[in-house]
Design a protein. Structure first.
Length: 298
């Protein structure tokens, strides 16, 4: 009961963090559009559109995160936690598309740079760093994949505004408007590498791949530690949402056990697996002469 309560609280905190990030981002995006128009800066306008995409992604993640905390029912027997994973997947894709779009906008500006209103750029950059930095700081405390992906959204924006700040300061003294697209391209490529790495992990979990192969091997070895068990097969270790993991396995017994011995064996296996904090565990015992009913495939 204590473990369930802990996860429930953690999930509520995650929703609260994502909610904060959403409202901060949406509010600042509106300021950005106005600021981009006033300063005649295409870089800020591009960032505004990019931030709007981020706001939509964070908003969808917030909704999905809230839904994923609903209890299991007859239709969704494991609950709705995988919706959180779906949110992380969609947000990664939005960020990949958004970053690619920023590159498409920035590259032509290398050949046709435009000088914007530097004082306005400087003011917006300071505001952008403060707002996105605060939102990123709140989400950096989160452990869920959703929060990690959204943190990259916000970190991308922070780095973007640092680039805008540097460009604005330099442009106040020298006529080098080409610095703007160069810095935009560099920070976008940096973020893109990290997002692709996150996307690969999310896709693996979404396709029910094992969260960690080393842990999978440790679990498989632990299951055959009790002397009553000869082998383990159909060992499946997967994740609901990147945080809550599931283990199922068939364990072959060396000999027939009575009810008391089976209870004792279950207790010892539970103690062996306790450190892994699994959300769901299903272990099936098979007697020596019994044929596995799932023998046709893993």
């Amino acid at each position: 009961m204590h473990s369930h309560h802990h996860h429930h609280n953690h999930h509520d905190i995650a929703s609260e963090r994502i909610g904060w990030a959403f409202f901060l981002n949406l509010g600042f995006t509106l300021i950005e559009f106005i600021g981009g128009w006033l300063t005649n800066s295409t870089a800020i306008m591009a960032d505004a559109v990019h931030d709007l995409g981020d706001s939509l992604a964070i908003g969808s993640a917030w909704v999905l995160n809230k839904l994923s905390n609903k209890h299991a029912n007859a239709r969704f027997t494991y609950g709705y936690r995988r919706l959180s994973l779906l949110g992380a997947l969609l947000n990664s894709l939005v960020l990949v598309v958004g970053s690619t779009w920023v590159l498409v906008l920035a590259v032509p500006r290398l050949f046709d740079p435009v000088m914007p209103m530097t004082e306005g750029m400087l003011l917006l950059a300071v505001l952008g760093i403060a707002v996105n930095g605060y939102a990123a700081l709140k989400l950096s405390k989160g452990k869920s994949l959703n929060e990690k992906v959204l943190n990259w959204h916000l970190l991308e924006d922070v780095l973007g505004w640092v680039a805008v700040l540097l460009v604005a300061i330099v442009l106040m003294f020298v006529d080098w408007p080409i610095l703007d697209p160069i810095l935009s391209i560099l920070f976008t490529l940096f973020i893109l590498v990290n997002v692709v790495r996150n996307l690969r992990q999310t896709l693996r979990l979404f396709l029910q791949g094992t969260p960690d192969q080393q842990t999978q091997r440790r679990l498989a070895a632990l299951l055959v530690e009790p002397q009553e068990i000869s082998t383990a097969h159909h060992v499946h270790y997967w994740s609901l949402d990147g945080e809550h993991h599931v283990l199922t396995a068939h364990l072959c017994l060396r000999e027939h056990l009575d009810a008391v011995e089976v209870m004792d064996l279950k207790l010892r296996l539970a103690q062996l697996l306790a450190d892994f904090e699994l959300a769901h565990t299903t272990l099936e015992f098979e007697y020596p002469e019994e044929q596995c009913r799932d023998h046709k495939g893993e």
